[in-house]
Design a protein around this ligand. Structure first.
Ligand code: NDP
Length: 399
């Protein structure tokens, strides 16, 4: 019998939903690279229901308990008096989502001598100290591709909302006004602009593809070059340095993982090389950017806008400067947790658990760390090391 701790975000303030705005979800055949959607033997939830909050339990309780395991589900994850810290001592598996991450630091792993696996129900395992997981032989997995398209759609929404000045214009309507000049004095067409992505992986490539019909000039920076045919089809310019990319881009979107090589890649020095009035969209990870450098760039006008859904730490403290900086379009971390995405990553989490308990191999696509090394997808996209430093600050949210 194993003890599994599942850290999920809180239920809606009005309580767990009794109904939803739509019935069911559209059918999706598979992912563009031929990877199949998650293939658990069964699921015990209704696709399209709220699974990522505490009462949704990722739809795992019936499966785990009927196989004799213990499931603890909690949103209490930060500070030494958290349920997570209290329960860790004999846990075999910890599951959490990047939206409400259980920061699995070396100190936490040291408190959990029986810990065998950390599952990211979603994509992005930077909330786990990957080096410590390697040192302790703990397997780290995530549900690759489950929400890549969800995030790409969000990126597009945020690009358009910044460039068209959507949020301030919406606010004029809500406050009963009609000041068109105020709305349009910061509003442009996207058409003709140079738009670039840092990384052209699953999300970055999808963003490029979605942008193509807008008549923009597309750029990307990635360690590996996309196939010639894709570059031609989308009219892409490849860049080998951040500086060369930022020098030409009117809009930049960050779509790379957070690991020691990418931490704070957008700092004051990098921002000085942006075109004046560029827009920056970050739905990848908050720590890719230096928090105060972003604030300063918005205040000076070096950036015309910044939007995204990722912060560090999460939840962001109530006085986090990104909540109040000018010309931002931030949301809490939501882009990869649509009801559609939740269905996929809950099923993927179940698939990983079934493989683990039945001693079947976990797909390479889902492996980040195994057997003391970066493995599978992790060996391709991550570098060894730790990006969790400072995560104890998340406890300030409740103070
Ligand atoms: P992929 O692994 O498909 O793509 C990541 C890409 O980043 C790869 O192409 C990789 O390049 C590239 N990369 C890695 N390091 C660098 C670097 N130093 N410079 C330039 N490119 C680099 O992942 P996804 O596209 O699915 O996801 C990307 C990230 O988005 C996740 O790691 C996560 O942090 C974030 N995310 C956010 C979500 C949200 O809800 N906001 C949800 C899902 C993901 P190469 O292939 O050449 O090694």
């Amino acid at each position: 019998m194993a003890k599994i701790i599942c850290v999920l975000y809180d239920d809606p303030v009005t309580g767990y939903p009794a109904s939803y705005p739509r019935d069911g979800l559209p059918h999706i055949d598979g992912y563009p690279n031929g990877q199949t959607l998650p293939t658990p033997r069964a699921i015990d939830f209704e696709p399209g229901s709220l699974l990522g909050s505490v009462s949704g339990e990722l739809g795992l309780r019936n499966y785990l308990e009927s196989n004799g395991h213990e499931l603890i589900v909690t949103s209490s994850k930060d500070g030494e008096d958290s349920v997570l810290d209290r329960e860790l001592h004999d846990a075999e598996i910890v599951i959490s989502q990047p939206f409400w991450p259980a920061y699995m630091t070396a100190e936490r792993m040291a408190k959990a001598p029986k810990l065998k696996m950390i599952i990211t129900a979603g994509i992005g395992s930077d909330h786990t100290d990957l080096q410590a997981a390697m040192d302790r032989g703990i397997t780290v997995t995530e549900v690759t591709y489950c929400n890549s398209h969800s995030v790409a759609e969000h990126v597009l929404m945020m690009i358009l909302s910044l460039v068209r000045n959507y949020i301030p214009s919406y606010n004029w309507v809500v406050k009963g006004g009609w000041n068109i000049a105020d709305c349009v004095a910061r509003s442009y067409d996207l058409e003709g602009m140079n738009v670039g992505t840092v990384a052209a992986g699953r999300i970055g490539s999808r963003v490029l593809r979605l942008l193509k019909p807008f008549g923009v000039k597309l750029h990307y920076l990635d360690r590996h070059r996309l196939p010639d045919a894709v570059e031609k089809e989308l009219g892409l310019t490849h860049h080998t340095s951040l500086e060369s990319l930022t020098r030409v881009c009117d809009v930049l979107t960050l779509n790379c993982p957070l690991h020691p090589e990418t931490e704070h890649m957008i700092d004051e020095k990098a921002l000085a090389n942006f075109k004046r009035g560029a827009y920056l969209i970050n739905t990848a990870r908050g720590k890719l950017c230096d928090t105060n450098a972003i604030v300063k760039a918005l205040e000076s006008g070096q950036l015309a806008g910044y939007a995204g859904d990722v912060w560090f730490p999460q939840p962001a403290p109530k006085d986090h400067p990104w909540r109040t900086m000018p010309n931002h379009g931030m949301t809490p971390h939501i882009s990869g947790s649509t009801l559609s995405a939740q269905t996929r990553y809950a099923a993927g989490t179940r698939e990983i658990l079934e493989c683990y308990f039945e001693n079947r191999p976990i797909r390479d696509e889902y492996l980040i760390v195994q057997g003391g090394h970066l493995a599978g997808v992790g060996a391709h996209s991550y570098s060894a090391g730790d990006a969790t430093g400072g995560s104890e600050e998340a406890a300030r949210f409740n103070k």
